[in-house]
Structure formats: C-alpha cells, structure tokens
Design a protein around this ligand. Sequence first.
Ligand code: 5GP
Ligand code: MN
Length: 329
Amino acid sequence: MEDDIRATLAQLEAARTLIVICHYDPDGDAIGTMLGLTWALRGMGKRVTPACRDGAPWPLDFLPGSAEVVTDLAGLEADTVVVVDCSDARRGGKLYKQAVELGVPIINIDHHVTNTRFGAVNLVRPDRVAAAEVVFELLGRMGFDFDLNTATCLLTGLVTDTRSFKTPNVDQRVLRAAITLMDIGVSLPEVVQMAMERKQFHDLAILGRALGDVRFEDGVAWSALSLEAWRATDGGAMSAAPRNFSTLLNSVEEAAVGVFFTEMANRRIDISMRSKPPVNLTVLFAEGAPLHGQGGGHPQASGAEIDGPLEAAISRLVPALKALVSAQT
Ligand code: 5GP
Ligand code: MN
C-alpha cells in the first residue's frame, strides 16, 4: 500500500471527533466530497462536522447533510481536521486558519496537480478526476460498506468535476466507480439533473450580460461580470452557472483558452479558466509566473483570485494568456 494512503488510513482510524472542510465558493466536488466523507466516517462511529464558509449553496443543497454544514469553526472541538478539494491553504480561507488554531493534525485530500501539500498528511492524486474519486478509493481500502448518503454525495463529486462525464480524463475506471455508487441505489440521472442541469432565472440574466460582452483575440475568449452588472440583475445569489461560463467560452472552436472574470463582493476578482490540450494552464502558477500563489487547478481547468479593479485584472491576465497560447500551440 502506498505510504500516503497508509498514513491517511492510520490518522482517520485513530480519529474520534473530526471536522471536514472544503474550499469557499464550493462546487459539487467540494461539497460532495466533504459530505460523502462525513457520512462515511459517521458510519464508522465517529463524530463529524462538515464545514464550509458558504454552507452548501444552491443547487447543492439537495445533498444529504447539507443543512448541517457549519460556516465557522468557533467553539468546535476536534482531534483531526480533514481538508478536501483544496489546492492550497488560501482556498480554505478563514476556516483553514481556524483549523490550524485547533492545533490538531490536518489531513489534505485532493486531486489538484498544483496542491501545495499543506497538511500533516497529504493524499494528493492529480490523476484522479475529482476529490470524490480519491475518497471513494480511500473508503474502498478501508473496506467501507457504502451507504446511500455517502454514495449520493460522492457521485455528485464525480458528476460535477467531469461535467457529467464529458471531460477528457474520463475513462473506464471513473465509470466503474460511478457504477459501484449506482449499485448502492443512487440515481445518476437524478444527480445530473439536480447538480448540473438546473438554473435559476437569475443565472440566465447574468449569462445574458456576460455573453453581451464576450471578446475574442489571439486564441483567447473572455468575458467578465462586474459587481454592478450582477447587482443590476435581480440580485440573487451567484450560483455555479455563471462561474462555469469559462467552459462555454472555451467551447468556441477558434479559442485555445476561455476565461471568465467575476468581480466578487469584496471587489477582488475570481478568474475561472479552461483550455484545450495542449495548453496547460497550471504553468501560470509556477514560481515567477503571473498567477503564482494566487490560484491553482488542473492543466485544462484552473482558477485564481487576484486584485481588482476588474479592468486592470483583465488587462493584466489576457496578455499573459495570449502569450501562453502562442508558446504552447
Ligand atoms: P472553476 O473554474 O471551476 O471555478 O475552478 C477551476 C479549478 O481551479 C478548480 O479545480 C478549482 O478548485 C481551482 N482553483 C484553485 N484556486 C482557485 C481560485 O482561487 N478560484 C477559482 N475559481 N478556482 C480555483
Ligand atoms: Mn475537485
């Protein structure tokens, strides 16, 4: 057995009271993995609290356990903390800082190639499509008898990070994992419908605005959403739909990279990027590269958070992306 799996199993088996954290602005893999691991560890008789700064936002609030997600660690006790789907400590935000203050071992379970190995124990598998797949395999090693709650949450992680099994990293291994979870009784069409297909009217209004401003130059397609434009819609919560706009931009045949800029409430800029092979976005995070220390991700799907204002962020990043395209294609 690999050393990191052995160390993770030993730490988890010894734990009695755990907190499982995922990153803020969570996606389906973050929430699904956090809640899936929560249910599994509870099934092993442990006390487990799931925690995310933003709770389990729509459309992920259909998942079992979503109402129990705490948004702050104040007053909580634990002998072990698990952080899932976080490429670095920054992505854990305030909850990660609170976890460090607890002074207990932190287990880092992730699948980002840019993971900074911030844990006392690090189980990082960049060749896995989702953090949910890493946890699925870990639980299999523990001989865990999957229950419906755990299976529903982990299948959601697989579905969302592969965009319903459409990303280039999907293979038989991934589909077998999905079938194992379906054998427990989870409905794949229901998970796809609930986690991927639903949109709120507000999301369409935002998409409409973002589409109106789409730009394309030198292989890079981009668009942005300012806080003002977002407020000019009905002001509903920002869901995953506009964030995934980078996927739509990258689907443009002529584009090698699609990038979407979102101005957040604190006026910082969230950047969501997608590329077509061979363009590898993760080089943007290397030492000395434009986004070093500000984000992370996978070769064809990465993200970062940088200083505003919005126009400055765009004029800083778009040339860097054009240069990347010209160097790699
Ligand atoms: P997304 O575009 O789906 O928001 O994120 C793409 C990938 O980049 C995800 O795997 C996400 O976890 C990773 N990522 C790492 N840091 C950041 C960040 O600061 N913002 C965003 N949006 N994604 C990030
Ligand atoms: Mn993930």
